[in-house]
Write a protein that binds this ligand. Structure first.
Ligand SMILES: [Zn+2]
Length: 138
């Protein structure tokens, strides 16, 4: 498999639980303790009602592709040339939130909106990252 690259996160108090969960192979999203809104990305307050009483919910990691883009220019510099082309996806998770991520796997170039995908957590240097793969048909 291709040696994947990723730009390391810089976790804050609001996002550290998300990244720590990724390192355990879990997808954990913040959930508002007041209105119940489940959301991504992690932040200090609910984007719907503004409350700061947030909890966490483990996601199934299953979803469908809302949209995608095949990237052919390495905006991160020459070290990324070997990653090209790579595929960025917007995934609608089964639980509702939409997440921006990267689609990996040999069939990423054939992705279509509506395709079923599942989260995977490849290890890249010090961390594991929540990327997606196309789910097997059936
Ligand atoms: Zn809320």
């Amino acid at each position: 498999m291709l040696d994947l690259l990723a730009t390391p996160p810089n976790p804050t108090g609001a996002s550290a639980p998300f990244w720590d969960a990724c390192d355990r192979g879990e997808l954990l999203f913040p959930k508002c303790g007041r209105c119940g809104h489940l959301f991504y990305y992690p932040r200090r307050h609910c984007p719907l009602c503004g409350d700061t009483a947030l909890g966490w919910q483990r996601m199934s990691g299953r979803g469908t592709v809302f949209s995608h883009s095949h990237v052919h220019v390495a905006f991160q510099g020459g070290a990324w040339d070997g990653q090209l082309p790579y595929t960025v996806v917007l995934v609608d998770l089964a639980e509702g939130p939409r997440m921006l991520s990267r689609l990996i796997g040999g069939d990423a170039a054939a992705v279509r909106s509506g395709d079923a995908v599942s989260v995977v957590f490849p290890q890249i240097d010090e961390r594991r990252y929540p990327f997606f793969e196309r789910a097997a048909a059936g």
